[in-house]
Ligand binder design. Structure first.
Ligand code: ACO
Length: 428
């Protein structure tokens, strides 16, 4: 017989079903709680609430495990291929050779921006934050591709997904070029996904940027490690917006907005700013640790801590190793890496961090790899967005394809004034 939880409220006792995930995670299904008892559950910031059943990504935060469609992320690191992971996340299995080629071709044929959109860049202020440009331009796909606002079949889904996955690189690179007043570099159909992005970022009209295999591998790795992370803040945002049956472009643009914050994807910028501050002589690593522990300081050790991981973030482990390799290959000597290592060592020996199970997260080392590739700090979270795009699309699709999906609508416990009377302005 299926297991049930029994809830006693006053003299009423109700049984609630327990559902079990394939990895043994158990959840009490409270769908009938309110209709049977009038009660709702209270879980601020949703630290203990499952909002969906998903087949995409598995995390065991206590053991430091992350798997995409069952495959541990460490297995993607040998010859990293982001486009394969995109397919895997979205369609649920690794692609065959005769599937990946047309999929890549779809990216090539969708890499250009609508001419109207390209011209829009000229009116954007030069100092505009690239994340603002990215969310706005992604959303603008909703008016350039109105035929894809409602996705009725697999063909239109594929068309919309390919536009997002391909154009996001072009939009990001154009945002960077605009900030420097440089001419836009058009995508090159001969180049693979990551190489093409670097080409649009760094080539000049008179000189092609040389993308070595090492650089291409490193960027593939960074994108893969960011590709999905189940129900995090930005992905939950994409699902929330998508649950109203808003279109895929608008839902993913909302994901970019959520990712921007310093407690989420924006942390990769904060980490580098913190390391640069330490390096330029402002603060010593020990002082930084002291400040992070002192609540009065209002300072956090960016790149540390995670809602789900109470152990090493497996992505940070891979990136820490990648830092050594990439910096050596590119012959880059970055003093920030030494500082990051020292901070990590100090934190992992400090009872404040040990007791709270605060370990380095993906953002702690990702910025150092991106810096080594020549990516400027204000583009770090944009690169995170490019990497996360397949995850957002896969999660949106899973929700869209589920016939039982309903609009997401959390409840609240109201604590404001009791019923009151309106007072006309001259009597207040
Ligand atoms: N530095 C110092 N103290 C920290 C840190 C940190 N980085 N992170 C958590 N803590 C402390 C909190 O102050 C709190 O202490 P208390 O129990 O004495 O009050 C305790 O650890 C628990 O922290 P919460 O904030 O409750 O944890 P929560 O799950 O809400 O937040 C978060 C997780 C936002 C990631 C947090 O750890 C943080 O702010 N880290 C720094 C920002 C960061 O790196 N974000 C990227 C996360 S990964 C990603 O989004 C891609």
């Amino acid at each position: 017989m299926a297991e049930k939880a029994v809830l006693q409220v006053g003299d009423q006792s109700i049984e609630l079903p327990i559902i079990e995930g394939v990895e043994g995670e158990r959840a009490i299904d409270i769908t009938s709680l309110r209709s049977e008892t009038g009660l709702i559950t209270y879980d601020p910031s949703m630290g203990n609430t499952g909002v969906c059943q998903s087949e995409i990504t598995f995390i065991d935060g206590d053991k430091g495990i992350l798997r995409y469609r069952g495959i541990p992320i460490e297995q993607f690191t040998q010859s990293p291929n982001f486009v394969e992971v995109v397919w895997l996340l979205i369609f649920g299995r690794l692609p065959k050779l005769d599937e990946i080629t047309p999929f890549s071709e779809l990216f090539t044929s969708n890499a250009l921006l609508h001419e109207g959109l390209r011209l829009q860049y000229n009116d954007i202020p030069k100092d505009a934050p690239p994340m603002a440009i990215l969310s706005a331009t992604l959303n603008s796909l909703s008016y350039y591709h109105q035929e894809l606002l409602s996705i009725e079949d697999s063909k239109s889904f594929m068309q919309a997904a390919a536009r997002l996955l391909s154009k996001v690189r072009t939009m990001a690179a154009f945002a960077y070029r605009r900030s420097l007043g440089l001419p836009f570099i058009y995508p090159d159909p001969q180049l693979r996904y990551c190489a093409n992005f670097l080409h649009m970022m760094f080539s000049q009209p008179y000189q092609q940027f040389e993308v070595t295999q090492e650089i291409e591998d490193a960027l593939n790795l960074v994108f893969i490690l960011h590709a999905d992370h189940e129900q995090n803040c930005s992905t939950s945002t994409v699902r929330m917006v998508g649950s109203s049956q808003a279109n895929l472009f608008a839902s993913c643009a909302a994901g970019v907005c959520a990712l921007w914050g310093p407690l989420h994807g924006g942390a990769n910028v904060k980490v580098i700013e913190m390391l640069e501050g330490i390096h330029s002589g402002g603060i010593k690593p020990k002082e930084c640790i002291r400040m992070a522990k002192d609540k009065e300081e209002g300072f956090r050790l960016y790149g540390f801590g995670h809602r789900v991981y109470k152990n090493f973030d497996p992505r940070a482990r891979v990136l820490k190793e990648a830092c050594d390799k990439v910096l050596a290959q590119l012959q880059v000597n970055d003093p920030l890496l030494d500082i990051a290592r020292e901070l990590e060592e100090l934190a992992l020996e400090d009872s404040y961090f040990v007791d709270r199970k605060l370990y380095p997260n993906v953002d702690f080392y990702s910025g150092i790899v991106l810096r080594a590739l020549g990516i400027p700090t204000n583009m770090f979270t944009v690169c995170f967005s490019i990497g996360r795009m397949p995850g957002w699309i896969a999660q949106w699709k899973e929700q869209h394809d589920n016939p039982n999906s309903r609009i997401q609508r959390p409840r609240q416990v109201y604590m404001g004034p009791k019923e009151n009377n309106y007072v006309p302005i001259h009597k207040r």
